[in-house]
Design a protein around this ligand. Structure first.
Ligand SMILES: NC(=O)c1ccc[n+]([C@@H]2O[C@H](COP(=O)([O-])OP(=O)(O)OC[C@H]3O[C@@H](n4cnc5c(N)ncnc54)[C@H](O)[C@@H]3O)[C@@H](O)[C@H]2O)c1
Length: 327
């Protein structure tokens, strides 16, 4: 049994709590403790899971009863609490972006090497069903080589957040670190580091053009400078020699060269009622990443998808883009 301490019960911590309602019934795990600086935020999760309510993060992290700390704190707090948790010998799940700077990431990697903690980063797109479909299609080679890929993620600036931390670039890293990181990381997951790239725009709405061998071009748009009423959207468009795949409005459309066209039947591969799907609001990606994390912990497997090292490398690429774009 893995006993979890859920740290931070704002937007993302509440989302994880919803996922744990399903996962704790399916796996040998339980939410043992919860903690939020504002206790009223953690109260609901404490009741739902029958979990102990801790007054401070330090108290929860130091409790020897707890095996795993799930960090859903504002990004600027990830480093110090991940460090504390790793020093206490806990395994750790850290929401994306893993930390605010490459230097912090390198320190956590050194700590991990020293004490062997298992750490996963919440780069959920690596496990998001519609994106898993794209990776599997590319890897299968069924539509021939990929010529170009466009990844897009746009939204209004998050209006919630503890002490308005999203509004402060020094706390959130701006839209490049907070939002575009999803697609930068997914691109790295697909193709590794780019050979060259260009960047333009601003920290709140950036455009990157990434060049890979054999003429493959990846364009990434990420921005949260849209009006409050603008819909949150994530999209991709992949152009192969034998077909094009277009993900928009939550549906993956496939257009084959011979004229056949259809919407792909995305199989989430999970059985949890209405928790799966391809819409931004659905829990499927979060469910799948946390399930993968606990499967690795329970079975003693190495965390390969969205490891700490991968999360740090994606931060490093984000900062290279910021430097090149002069954001
Ligand atoms: N994977 C995704 O799709 C996704 C989506 C949204 C946010 N996130 C990430 O999740 C993280 C959290 O974002 P959020 O939107 O939930 O933020 P939030 O502000 O809604 O929640 C943070 C919570 O942490 C609590 N908190 C602050 N300091 C604390 C402390 N010292 N001890 C205990 N609790 C404390 C706050 O009271 C708040 O409830 C961020 O890193 C964000 O980038 C990921």
């Amino acid at each position: 049994m893995k006993k979890i301490g859920l740290l931070g019960l704002g937007f993302m911590g509440s989302t994880h709590s919803e996922v744990y309602k399903i996962l704790c019934a399916q796996m040998d795990i339980c939410v043992f403790g919860v903690c939020d600086q504002k206790q009223e935020n953690a109260l609901h999760a404490s009741r739902v899971h029958g979990a102990k309510l801790y007054r401070t993060a330090e108290e929860m992290i130091e409790d020897p009863e707890i095996d795993v700390i799930d960090i859903c704190l504002p990004t600027y707090l990830h480093f110090s609490y991940a460090k504390l948790a790793m020093e206490a010998g806990k395994d750790v799940f850290i929401e994306k972006p893993v930390v605010l700077s490459a230097e912090e990431g390198i320190k956590l990697l050194a700590l991990q090497k020293k004490n062997g903690c298992r750490v996963m980063v919440g780069q959920c797109i690596r496990l998001w069903p519609s994106y898993v479909y794209l990776k599997e299609t590319i890897d299968s080679g069924k539509y021939g080589p990929l010529k170009s890929l466009v990844l897009k993620r746009v939204s209004p600036r998050p209006s919630w957040g503890f002490e308005n931390w999203y509004q402060d670039r020094n706390k959130s890293g701006g839209s490049v670190l907070d939002l575009q990181i999803h697609d930068l990381d997914f691109m790295r997951y697909l193709f590794g580091e780019p050979e060259n790239f260009y960047a333009a725009g601003t920290i709140d709405h950036a455009f990157g053009l990434f060049l890979y061998p054999d003429g493959l071009t990846v364009q990434i748009e990420g921005g949260w400078d849209f009006p409050p009423s603008f819909p949150v959207s994530m999209e991709y468009r992949a152009n192969f020699t034998q077909a094009a795949i277009d993900f928009q409005g939550g549906t993956v459309f496939v257009y084959e060269k011979d004229g056949r066209q259809f919407s792909a039947n995305i199989d989430s591969g999970i059985d949890c009622g209405n928790c799966f799907g391809t819409e931004v609001a659905d829990l499927a990606g979060y469910y799948k990443e946390l399930k993968y994390f606990y499967e690795c912990l329970l079975n003693g497997n190495e965390i390969v998808i969205a490891s700490l090292e991968e999360g740090v490398k994606s931060i490093q690429l984000a900062y290279k883009e910021i430097a090149k774009g002069g954001f």
